[in-house]
Design a protein around this ligand. Structure first.
Ligand code: ZN
Length: 245
């Protein structure tokens, strides 16, 4: 016998079906991969578009939300350090700005603001600046830039704050994911969406395993017991705790 479905309910089902379904439940804790993350806050007294005002508390809140997004893939970003530093080559940036006029400063000029010496050799580096022509960009070489003035289009079930979403999105590019324009998806452009599908989870995890400095959950457990530096031991223990929270 045919079930009678009211037209409105049917429309609702069809609309729901076009939403991007969230990935299956996150992998068990033992399968988590942890990637060290160094967060850089670039400052520049005379360059308002560069000078970033994010506080350590802001960064910790942002990273907490980034990790909530990435836990669906069994990937955890372990805060390695926060580096607050003057942007490099500010004079060169000023010249590039004057030459570019109304077309806006090219992204390459922003890359030159990155101080070389403080760049982490393992894991990922994210640089926060005040404002540029995009919300964020992944530059390759495990380097991403994010503007603290990021703005996004709200979508159903999306995240409540732009910066963590933009950060999580750029980290997605770092883990080999291209754009996919389903509104509620993390890799959609400019929306608050945060979901990943199973294929994306597979790709991201496969890439994560190749990132220098990545650790499995078991490696972290072992090192948390044997690590000699108390600060490093505390960081490892904190990452383990963050995964289960
Ligand atoms: Zn993107």
């Amino acid at each position: 016998m045919l079930m009678r479905i009211p037209v409105l309910a049917l429309i609702a089902i069809l609309i729901t079906a076009t939403d991007d379904p969230p990935a299956a439940t996150p992998p068990p804790v033992g399968e988590f991969l942890v990637i060290p993350l160094r967060l850089h806050v670039l400052t520049a007294e005379d360059l308002p578009e560069v000078d970033c005002k994010l506080t350590d508390d802001d960064l910790k809140r942002i990273l907490g939300k980034v990790n909530k997004v990435w836990h669906q893939a069994g990937v955890h970003w372990g805060l390695e350090s926060i580096v607050r530093e003057p942007a490099a080559r500010q004079e060169r940036f000023r010249v590039a700005r004057e030459l570019s006029g109304k077309s806006g400063v090219p992204l390459g000029a922003f890359r030159s603001l990155m101080p070389e010496k403080t760049r982490a050799e393992t894991g990922l580096n994210v640089y926060y600046i005040h404002k540029f022509s995009v919300n964020g960009v992944y530059l390759g070489d495990r380097i991403a830039f994010v503007q603290e003035t990021a703005k996004l289009r709200e979508v159903k079930g999306g995240i409540d704050e732009p910066i963590p979403r933009v950060t999580a999105h750029e980290l997605g590019h770092a883990l080999g994911l291209p754009h996919r324009q389903a509104m509620t998806n993390l890799l959609a452009s400019g929306t608050t969406g945060t979901t990943l599908n199973t294929a994306e989870v597979e790709t991201a995890r496969a890439t994560a395993k190749t990132v220098p400095g990545v650790m499995t959950h078991m490696e972290i457990q072992t090192r948390a017991e044997t690590e000699e530096s108390p600060a490093r031991r505390a960081a490892l223990a904190r990452w383990l705790e963050e995964i289960t929270n």
